[in-house]
Design a protein around this ligand. Structure first.
Ligand code: GDP
Ligand code: ZN
Length: 313
């Protein structure tokens, strides 16, 4: 059939062989077209910018993918990396006083952020639950990540749907965000304040049908009222909690990375080996002992899993 002229578009959702493309120029700007992909384009994901040509009745054909700024990937059941979402401005890592933040989990998410080159912001949610019993522990934790240069924000999502907090609005405004973090910290609640329309939310369907939250729903892109986009899927919320290589681990601890190669022995395993530069730095107070411990633990897990011939997930 006849196709209109080439123009720019944005992938906002993915359905098997077809994708929803939002027109980014011309009189159709903001309208959504169900598109097929030319065979010569490799996999497209939500957040990708594309060149496409409109066809009849809100359909179209994608003819090219624009260069990506970054890409979130996750392994499939066979361990092969599959792209999930592209062109993300920041990963918002949500933590809370309850459930208690797991140092090691935060560090795993941060490794994922570093290795994808997508900046991470740590967002402490449920500030209403801070009390004399947990304040010091939380302040110490936040100070540790702040001193590493990570942006820290605080909020409470305990509010009416659609009543977003100014600090969260400011954080997501004009950017493409993803929310990650351990279960129960309040990701859905925060997203609900930003996307009050229930039908738009990723978790909504699986919640109402009573099926597990961990469905295979692909990522969707949502425009936020205050400007900015949110890409969300159950898979993205768990992003970072899978296989990583020792190289990614070394790169992913930003204060440890410059120390690699300075150990006494070239084959240093950085697990408390004699002359390890990491130990020297920790003893001198240059790096946090908690972070080194966490680095050791992830490395050790990795080594044990490799020894058993399994992949770390
Ligand atoms: P998710 O698993 O990260 O998506 O977490 P949810 O959004 O499902 O929240 C888990 C629980 O924490 C729910 O019972 C929420 O009502 C509650 N919650 C979320 N945000 C807050 C908050 O700021 N303060 C308090 N007290 N509870 C919250
Ligand atoms: Zn070493």
């Amino acid at each position: 059939g006849e196709l209109g002229p080439e123009q720019n578009g944005l992938v906002i959702a993915h359905y098997g062989q077809q994708l929803d493309i939002e027109a980014l120029e011309g009189e159709d700007t903001g309208k959504v077209f169900r598109c097929f992909v030319r065979a010569n384009i490799d996999s497209l994901v939500t957040g990708d910018r594309v060149v496409w040509r409109p066809g009849k009745s809100a359909t179209g054909v994608i003819v090219a993918r624009c260069e990506r700024e970054n890409l979130l990937q996750r392994p499939d059941n066979f361990g092969a990396l599959k792209p999930v979402a592209a062109n993300i401005d920041h990963i918002i890592l949500v933590i809370a006083p309850e459930p208690e933040p797991h140092d090691n989990l935060i560090d795993r998410y941060l490794v994922a952020s570093e290795s994808t080159d997508i900046p991470a912001v740590i967002l402490l949610n449920k500030t209403d639950l801070i009390n004399d019993g947990n304040r010091e522990r939380i302040e110490t934790l936040l100070a540790r990540y702040k001193s590493l240069g990570y942006q820290i924000e605080q909020t409470s999502a305990a509010r009416a749907a659609g009543q977003s907090a100014p600090e969260v609005e400011a954080l997501v405004r004009g950017k493409t965000s993803v929310f990650v973090g351990q279960s129960g910290v309040g990701k859905s609640s925060i997203i609900q304040t930003l996307l009050p329309d229930e039908s738009l939310r990723v978790g909504a369907v699986s919640e109402s049908t009573g099926k597990g939250v961990h469905t295979t729903t692909t990522a969707k892109l949502f425009h936020l009222d205050g400007g900015g986009d949110l890409i969300d899927s159950p898979g993205i919320r768990e992003f970072g909690l899978w296989h990583m290589t020792p190289q990614e681990l070394e790169y992913g601890f930003r204060e440890i990375q410059p120390l690699i190669g300075r150990c006494k022995f070239r084959n240093c395993r950085h697990l408390g080996d004699p002359g390890c530069a990491l130990e020297t730095a920790a003893a001198a107070g240059d790096i946090s002992p908690e972070r080194l411990k966490s680095f050791h633990r992830i490395l050790q897990d990795m080594t044990e899993q490799q020894a058993r011939g399994l992949k770390l997930t």
